[in-house]
Design a protein around this ligand. Structure first.
Ligand code: BGC
Length: 503
């Protein structure tokens, strides 16, 4: 491809682990379950914060406001206090994801996944038993610290563990379990919404995915790269033999890992300074822009808006939750599409196809809403049109599910050299949380003021990010992590930043 895209096929890849063993599949599946806790929280919070008994106990003013005259359907849930509560998790997550780069380097990726699970578990217990708002906030901070750790450690774990040829597929497991957590949470909210103390159940049940992933993480070994980095050569060799197969010649991969680790150790510089060197500019730009763009696809506004929309056209809260579950299932199915396509057709293909699909469906949603609910949003739309909007949102969710959803975790975890890989992933997760925080703090107000225009706002960003991918994102499919510098060296724009001596 003329701009940006090419694959480093052949020689490099064939020599290094194209084989899928049962051990690597099981290990990566277990590791990917770490996505469950973030997904569960994303899915549970929206539902709980609209439950009457929960609002009555902790946020009575919000309940009073909601009962007052509803201006128009876009403004119903516009409450700063509630959004501040929900998004406090993202601030805690931001802090712990930055800290996690040091911890994963010193103690390994696996141990930080366990730490994240335990922290989240404690948060779930406190939230489920919350007697006052202080407990609720403390619980939320612990949940945030937990997902900060796991979101930083897991994608790196998966990328380092996977056979290079199928790294994309293995990495999508993280987003798959994240999506599964969202659907599970939506189903639980559907059941608990009918019980007066249902919110306790919803919040407390977060302990279940946390227990699953923590126990799972305790059973798997750390990645060979992390073991080599921490000087545990014998263990690294054993781990490599297990995941690549006992009859595989693991020497070339081990030699590469030792070489990368020596480079990492030789550099005495602080990784948070190294990453700002000119030669790492392309990597840094990606680790910031990819999560930034992911949030500007508007995925969270769509997920939130679907039940509100359906409720506002008189479907009742049950059907509204069903709409959310449908969207979640479409999203899950489409992540599996990504699993099968990402290493065959490449990351760029999925990003570009998904981008075009999301752009068109957002514009279509805006047009349908403008035509049916009127410019002020006060007219009710018919059931038929509401279903059309749901279908368009499903097309959008599918586009996200096979592009920006999984790939935003994959790209930052695979483009960095070992010495700054945890740092790059930390920055990426921190940017994800920071942008999610800002958007969730503002999107309900924006929806209230922009009305259907909010969808056009996100559509414009999707156009920008798709053009960015076309010109600036190199293809990374099949390239071993330790040879990744080649993709920048051959890129029409980024090659000018590369310093070959440092690899
Ligand atoms: C995003 C979240 C989003 C989730 C939805 C993740 O990749 O980072 O913001 O809520 O996908 O499935």
């Amino acid at each position: 491809m003329a701009v940006g895209g090419f694959a480093v096929d052949g020689g490099n890849v064939d020599g290094l682990g194209g084989r899928i063993t049962l051990s690597v599949v099981v290990t990566c599946l277990v590791a990917a379950t770490c996505g469950l806790i973030f997904g569960y929280d994303v899915g549970i919070s929206g539902g709980v914060t609209t439950m009457g008994p929960f609002l009555k106990k902790f946020f009575p003013s919000v309940l009073r406001k909601a009962a007052e005259a509803k201006t128009n359907m876009y403004c119903i849930y516009d409450s700063q206090v509630l959004t501040a509560f929900t998004s406090s998790l993202y601030i805690a997550g931001l802090a712990s994801s930055l800290l996690a780069s040091r911890l994963t380097t010193a103690f390994g990726r696996r141990n930080i996944m366990v730490l994240g699970g335990c922290t989240f578990l404690a948060g779930a217990a406190i939230n489920g038993g919350a007697a006052n708002i202080a407990m609720l906030i403390l619980g939320r901070i612990l949940l945030g610290l937990g997902v900060g750790f796991t979101n930083q450690a897991t994608p790196v774990y998966l990328s380092e563990m996977a056979p290079p040829k199928w790294r994309g597929a293995f990495n999508t497991g993280f987003q798959f379990f994240l999506g599964l957590g969202v659907v599970a949470a939506n189903c639980i909210n559907y059941g608990t919404a009918k019980i007066s103390w249902g919110w306790r159940l919803s919040l407390g049940l977060a302990a279940a995915p946390a227990a699953i992933m923590t126990l799972g993480a305790l059973l798997i070994s750390d990645t060979p790269a992390s073991l080599v980095e921490r000087g545990r050569l014998t263990q690294a060799k054993q781990a490599l033999l297990r995941v690549r197969g006992h009859d595989t010649d693991i020497e070339p991969e081990l030699t590469e890992l030792i070489r990368s680790s020596e480079i990492a150790k030789a550099s005495k510089e602080e990784p948070f300074i190294t990453i700002f060197e000119r030669q790492y500019r392309p990597h840094l730009v990606m680790s910031i822009l990819i999560p930034f763009f992911q949030q500007l696809t508007g995925i969270n506004i769509i997920a939130f808006y679907a039940p509100v929309l359906f409720q506002s056209v008189g479907f009742g809260s049950n059907s509204a939750l069903i709409a959310a579950i449908i969207l979640g299932l479409v999203n899950l199915g489409s992540i599996l599409v990504s699993t099968f396509v990402v290493d065959r057709c490449g990351r760029r293909f999925l990003f570009i196809e998904g981008g075009v699909q999301m752009f068109l469906s957002q514009v279509a949603v805006a047009c349908v809403l403008a035509a049916t609910t009127g410019v002020s949003g006060t007219e009710r739309i018919s059931k038929g049109y509401a279903i059309l909007v749901l279908v368009l949102m499903c097309i959008y969710a599918a586009g996200f599910g096979w592009s920006w959803g999984p790939l935003s975790w994959l790209i930052p975890s695979e483009i960095f050299p070992m010495k700054i890989r945890p740092t790059g992933q930390s920055i990426s997760v921190a940017v994800n949380f920071a942008v999610t925080f800002v958007l969730s703090q503002t999107f309900l107000t924006m929806l209230c003021h922009f009305k259907f225009g909010a969808f056009l706002f996100y559509a414009s960003w999707i156009a920008v990010m798709t053009i960015f991918v076309v010109f600036f994102l190199p293809e990374t499919k099949g390239v071993p992590l330790d040879s990744m510098h080649v993709v920048w060296e051959r890129h029409w724009y980024w090659h000018r930043f590369v310093n070959k001596e440092s690899y």
